[in-house]
Design a protein around this ligand. Structure first.
Ligand code: IMP
Ligand code: MG
Length: 181
């Protein structure tokens, strides 16, 4: 079971809900009452996105994109971004929603890719930020929580496709990804 793989809970479901609620208010204050195109980065952002858009209220168009990096491939660090379904952003106010900023390479690439599609504005919201790990100079407009440099799962974040369904954000036991038990 998933619970035995958890070292400790970092953020409880209640703490996350409170923060998401206030983030939604801050985002609405910044963007106003008009339509927002919320673009979730698959797959990790789906839980955060679901909670955030329900707190935003007003007109929200929910869309998705896929971003995959191939760090151990022949071209290390290459980021491939593609829309998941229709994604027309020209002249619109875009809110990109991501689970976590680590090195920053994904968010930087995603912001550049979105910019090329001619939106009126781009605002970024990430649930978690690991500032100690940053390799490129990028920061999100809205950050839920700054977190330490540990491997986290839950509330959408996975390890090898698991633990996304945990309600909290938790530190995964090292033994899980170091192959011991
Ligand atoms: P970056 O390009 O290094 O900023 O990587 C961001 C992506 O790495 C996130 O969208 C996650 O998919 C993944 N990631 C980074 N840290 C963690 C973590 O602690 N747990 C799960 N996924 C993570
Ligand atoms: Mg991701």
């Amino acid at each position: 079971m998933a619970e035995k793989d958890i070292e400790r809970v970092l953020l409880t479901a209640d703490e996350i809900a409170d923060r998401v609620n206030s983030l939604a208010g801050e985002i609405r204050s910044r963007l106003g009452d008009g339509e927002i195109v919320a673009v979730g980065v698959l797959t990790g952002a789906f839980v955060f996105l679901a909670d955030l858009v329900r707190r935003l209220g007003g007109n929200v168009d929910v869309r998705f994109l896929r971003a995959a990096s191939y760090r151990d491939g022949t071209r290390p660090g290459e980021l491939r971004i593609e829309p998941a379904g229709d994604l027309s952003l020209a002249g619109r106010d875009v809110l990109v929603v991501e689970d976590i900023v680590d090195t920053g390479k994904s968010l930087e690439g995603i912001l550049r890719w979105l910019q090329e599609r001619g939106p009126r504005s781009i605002t970024s919201a990430v649930l978690l930020d690991k500032p100690d790990r940053r390799e490129v100079d990028v920061s999100a407009d809205f950050v839920g929580f700054e977190v330490p440099d540990e491997f986290l799962v839950g509330y959408g974040l996975d390890y090898a496709g698991r633990y996304r369904n945990l309600s909290s954000v938790a530190v995964l036991r090292r033994s899980v990804y170091e192959g011991r038990d």
